[in-house]
Design a protein. Structure first.
Lengths: 437, 268
């Protein structure tokens, strides 16, 4: 017999859908079906059942092969690596719960690590802009119920956040948005004709790398000032039209993604987009929100925000928190040889970082904590498999709008498998023993 | 003026944080006391003398102290940080934060510097006879007060984010600059003798930018006003005057908004 678990939280993307239904065996040891999730989310649940899943830590041998080791040995290696290093990098943290992030932060403080999360190659630039000029934001619920002008800038939720448009932004019928998508105007700014752009009322096909200029042009247009004939490859008439569309709404929301945060100008693009939002509030209600990727990258920013005062790239090496993206960010540290050991948990820099950085990880003592085999585990010296957070263990995660949601355990992890939090607590204990505190 | 000479003898295996290399920290100290000042490599604290040969004693005050630093300093951060007086001469390339939060005195680098030189500078003179990295004379992260006073002169090129949040002082770049110049600036003056790429004066409130070479892309928020003749500090010629950033907030004088000014040379 089977049982169905309802209201399950999806631990894949920052949308944190909370309406999944999962069919599991009566003893809770096997997971059979996932309903309501998108293809990516469903796959995450189903992958926990993979027959070839790695269930014990392993250490890389001289000849490049893996040797199975015990969790105790993995804990010893990790604790020694972190205490031997002068400046270890502890990276990742975005695909785990806040409880594990908090324990990891305690380790980072004890060993004087640089703590960095996936925002470093994602929305970190947004966080810089927020620190520079603030952010008028809101929750996804407000957007569903109120927003009638939806602007997607440099993001493609049709593929990256598949249920975002149906749950929150374009299609849902909310309290003041009873007509669903027919009552909303959608603007997409993207150099490519994406699937999201195909749903737009206005698609501004911006010239690549000219987002900052286009955002500035919108601000000029709001004020009724004169524009050059063409800005960023877009005729001024179309810019004035987009500005008028935004101003005429009752509630405008700007969603933005990697297309602006990691293209030329980075934080300045977001800085200007926030300024656009601020200006719009002169005419109507407007808010702006980053399309966060990993399901709990927002949470790691929250945890470090309350522990250290900074949301990513926190350098604890001198015993106090320093933060300066460009210096204390993972790729700069790796590229410049500023760190001498690498610890990765809940992320895959092997797949996301430039090859030059990945080579540096390969050349250093390194540990990867990850339920999966990934490009990162391939370059690390020790791989510690753990239970899937949000599938085999619960815990707190923050949605892209900074709403904390408690994820749920739906199935048992394989026999004898540790969770992120258990592993980190053991490492912290061992670090304290080694340091004699 | 007394001179202290530091010559690097051991390169750090990571990077050296040497925020004590300032006339202010050296003043009143003998060579052996200076060698005992702390530096950091990662979380480990070391002595300055572990990495540098120190010769000569410092003057009684920062103003009477000159520091000469020799060798490859491309792994040494924070040289001249927060210095308020005296003189520092760096003979070689230096890493990040050279002259950051500098308040007075003179700092000369006979080489290149990495990013964040002159961050949040308040006074004094910073001369870089090579190239400068990104964020020259910019604000520290999250600070709305960038460079507030003093002068930075770069013989070569400068990177991106030059003079972010600048609200006073002067930066002169002999060569070319990368994107984002004087973003969010509310004052100060930037002279670029070479070429600029794009995003000059984005979100700029007040202040002046002079460009003697080309500009790849002009901000849409800058509007052409008129041609003017300019003669100042060795710059002479006919310039096109643009005002902006029209999208940004501006204070008013006698009912008229005061814009930031961008001058681009169009003739001799």
């Amino acid at each position: 017999m089977t049982k169905t678990v309802t209201d399950v939280i999806c631990p894949f993307c920052g949308t944190l859908c909370d309406d999944l239904e999962v069919v599991v065996s009566d003893d809770g040891k096997e997971l059979y079906e996932v309903y309501n999730a998108c293809a990516i989310g469903a796959e995450k649940f189903l992958h926990s059942q993979a027959k070839d899943r790695i269930t014990r830590p392993r250490m890389r041998q001289e000849d490049g092969s893996w040797k199975e080791i015990s969790y105790d040995e993995a804990i010893e290696y990790t604790a020694r690596m972190l205490t031997d290093a002068k400046k270890p990098l502890m990276y990742g943290w975005s695909s785990t719960n806040c409880e594990a992030q908090a324990v990891g932060s305690e380790i980072g403080e004890a060993v004087g690590a640089v703590m960095d999360n996936t925002a470093t190659v994602c929305h970190g630039t947004s966080l810089i802009a927020v620190q520079d000029i603030g952010i008028p934001s809101c929750t996804l619920g407000e957007i569903k119920n109120r927003a009638d002008r939806i602007l997607f800038w440099g993001c493609n939720p049709a593929h990256a956040h598949p249920r975002h448009m149906s749950r929150y932004s374009i299609f849902p019928r909310g309290f003041f948005t009873g007509k669903g998508h027919t009552g909303r105007k959608v603007i997409v700014v993207d150099p490519r004709p994406t699937d999201t752009a195909s749903l737009a009322d206005i698609h501004l096909q911006v010239e690549q790398g000219r987002d900052y200029e286009l955002l500035d042009a919108l601000r000029v247009a709001f004020k009724g000032e004169k524009l050059p004939d063409v800005v960023a490859g877009i005729p001024k008439a179309k810019i004035y039209e987009a500005a008028e569309t935004l101003k005429s709404g009752r509630f405008a929301i700007i969603f933005f993604g990697m297309g602006v945060t990691q293209s030329l100008g980075k934080n300045h693009n977001i800085d200007e987009a926030i300024a656009v939002t601020r200006d719009l509030n002169e005419y109507t209600k407007a808010a702006i929100m980053p399309m966060r990727g990993h399901y709990n990258v927002t949470g790691s920013g929250q945890v470090w925000g309350w522990l250290f005062g900074f949301p990513y790239a926190v350098d604890l090496s001198r015993g106090f928190a320093r933060y300066n993206p460009g210096e204390t960010t993972s790729n700069d540290l790796l590229r410049r040889d500023e760190v001498d050991a690498v610890f990765v948990l809940g992320s895959d820099p092997g797949a996301h970082f430039p090859f030059s950085s990945v080579k540096k990880i390969y050349n250093r003592p390194s540990v990867a904590i990850d339920p999966h085999e990934t490009p990162t585990t391939e370059v690390c010296k020790v791989h510690v498999p753990v239970a899937f957070v949000g599938v085999e263990i619960g815990g707190c995660a923050y949605r892209m709008d900074n709403v904390p949601i408690e994820t749920r355990k739906v199935v048992e992890p394989p026999e004898g498998m540790m969770t992120d939090e258990e592993f980190l607590k053991r490492v912290l204990g061992r670090v304290k023993e080694i340091q004699g505190v | 003026m007394e001179t202290v000479t530091l010559t690097i003898k051991n390169q750090p295996d990571l990077y050296l944080e040497a925020d004590n290399i300032t006339p202010d920290a050296f003043a009143g100290k003998k060579a052996e006391e200076i060698a005992g000042l702390h530096v950091y490599v990662g979380r480990e604290q070391h002595r300055l003398g572990d990495f540098f040969e120190v010769s000569g004693n410092a003057g009684a005050t920062p103003e009477e102290t000159k520091i000469v630093v020799n060798g490859d300093l491309s792994r040494v951060k924070y040289i001249g940080m927060k210095m308020a007086g005296g003189e520092v001469v760096v003979n070689g390339n230096a890493d990040m934060y050279v002259g950051a939060w500098m308040q007075g005195g003179k700092l000369t680098v006979n080489g290149n510097v990495d990013a964040f030189a002159g961050t949040g500078m308040k006074g004094g003179e910073l001369v870089i006879n090579g190239n400068a990295g990104n964020y020259l004379g910019a604000a520290y992260r999250g600070d709305w007060r960038g460079m507030q006073g003093g002068k930075i002169v770069v013989k070569g090129n400068a990177g991106s984010d030059l003079g972010t949040f600048m609200n006073g002082g002067e930066i002169v770049v002999g060569g070319d600059v990368d994107v984002h110049v004087a973003t969010h600036a509310e004052g100060g003056k930037i002279v670029i003798k070479g070429n600029a790429k794009s995003r000059l004066g984005g979100q700029m409130v007040e202040g002046e930018i002079y460009v003697l070479g080309d500009i790849d892309v002009m901000m849409p928020g800058f509007a052409y006003r008129e041609d003017v003749d300019i003669e100042m500090d060795g710059i002479k010629g006919r310039f096109a005057l643009y005002e902006g950033d029209l999208g940004e907030r501006h204070r008013k004088r006698k009912g008229q908004p005061i814009y930031a000014k961008l001058y681009q040379q169009i003739g001799a």
